[in-house]
Ligand binder design. Structure first.
Ligand SMILES: Cc1cc2nc3c(=O)[nH]c(=O)nc-3n(C[C@H](O)[C@H](O)[C@H](O)COP(=O)(O)OP(=O)(O)OC[C@H]3O[C@@H](n4cnc5c(N)ncnc54)[C@H](O)[C@@H]3O)c2cc1C
Length: 300
């Protein structure tokens, strides 16, 4: 399949944007906040919560980062105004992390403070390994003052066990656990499918054992089934975990979990930058291209 995915990634840029949109729209709520609100309302009606993400990353100027912050503040206000059951996810490189870490921290603090005043929560997404340290550093700084924020741990990274242990030790392990979407070097990342699954299980158990909150962000049936079994066997309280899935992915599995009474949060990305987002995701991880093409034909 890999050569097929790579081929798709290679040919995608020659097609017009309008054509790519036919593929990408399953994974993006739309181009505007109104689209995200509409989709979130549908998800809420179907028993899911949401986390809304304004598409964008790696901003090149602090002015762009300011604009991103302003849009994210509007998302928080709109969630309240529209009575949605949703929180906010942000990428630090969108808020200026690679340009000026201190200003980025102010931006995040502004978001987390606004969220606190609205009784809401901000999840800090994890990007590639060049910013893992800076992201966790900023998370720790913001989390010292505000409890309504959490971070993300990527099971594929060899360092993650130490990171989870440290965050648990500091009492600030409010974490989303995912495999990690970025293509990292074998020196720092587990590459085998089973190895990554094994790490995911190990890290989830560490969090369960510590009574930390964990967002189990995976569509991998093997991991979802394992988590359901483990949660039941260990009687993990409902307020200690939720499942998390991406908009447009494995909708049947999502519905099954909701029907079984589990909390499920859907990651809802929207924005004008959908094209850059889709193309970058495909280049970083050609398997995504395969998912997108398969999605035209198969409902998972
Ligand atoms: C809510 C949420 C938030 C995330 N946040 C981050 C983050 O902050 N940082 C980060 O590095 N990664 C993040 N990820 C991505 C994650 O790291 C994985 O790359 C992604 O979820 C695929 O891994 P998987 O566990 O679903 O297993 P896989 O084995 O990759 O997928 C299992 C099955 O799910 C389906 N599937 C999975 N992904 C897709 C897709 N994109 N499109 C269509 N079908 C798909 C396919 O049917 C596939 O066979 C997030 C994922 C989720 C669900």
């Amino acid at each position: 399949m890999s050569w097929f995915n790579r081929l798709i990634v290679w040919v995608m840029p020659v097609f017009p944007k309008s054509f790519i949109w036919l593929f990408a729209r399953r994974y993006v709520a739309g181009k505007t906040l109104a689209d995200a609100v509409r989709q979130t309302r549908k998800l809420n009606a179907a028993g899911c919560t949401a986390t809304i993400d304004v598409l964008g990353e790696d901003n090149r100027t602090m002015q762009e980062a300011e604009t991103a912050k302003a849009e994210a503040l509007t998302v928080l206000d709109t969630i309240r105004a529209e009575g949605l059951n949703a929180n906010l996810s942000v990428k630090l490189s969108q808020l200026g992390l690679r340009l000026d870490a201190e200003s980025c921290r102010h931006n995040v603090e502004a978001l987390v403070s606004r969220a606190a005043s609205l009784g809401n929560f901000v999840r800090i997404d994890m990007e590639d390994s060049t910013v893992t340290d800076a992201t966790l550093h900023l998370y720790r700084a913001v989390r010292r003052e505000h409890a309504n924020t959490g971070a993300v741990i990527q099971a594929c990274l060899r360092r993650s066990e130490d990171d989870v242990r440290a965050l648990i030790g500091q009492g600030i392990a409010h974490l989303r656990l995912c495999k990690g979407i970025y293509n990292e070097a074998p020196e720092i990342a587990y590459k085998g499918r089973e190895e990554v699954r094994e790490q995911f299980r190990k890290l989830a158990l560490m969090m369960f054992d510590a009574g930390a909150f964990v967002g189990l962000a995976t569509h991998d049936k093997a991991l979802v089934d394992w988590a359901v079994r483990t949660i039941r066997e260990r009687n993990i309280p409902n307020d200690r975990f939720e499942f998390q899935m991406l908009y447009g992915v494995t909708e049947k599995m999502r519905a099954r979990l909701v029907a079984q009474g589990f909390s499920l949060r859907v990651y809802v990305p929207y924005g004008e930058l959908w094209y850059a987002y889709s193309m970058r995701r495909m280049k970083e991880n050609p398997a995504v291209a395969g998912h997108i093409v398969k999605s035209l034909f198969i409902r998972t």
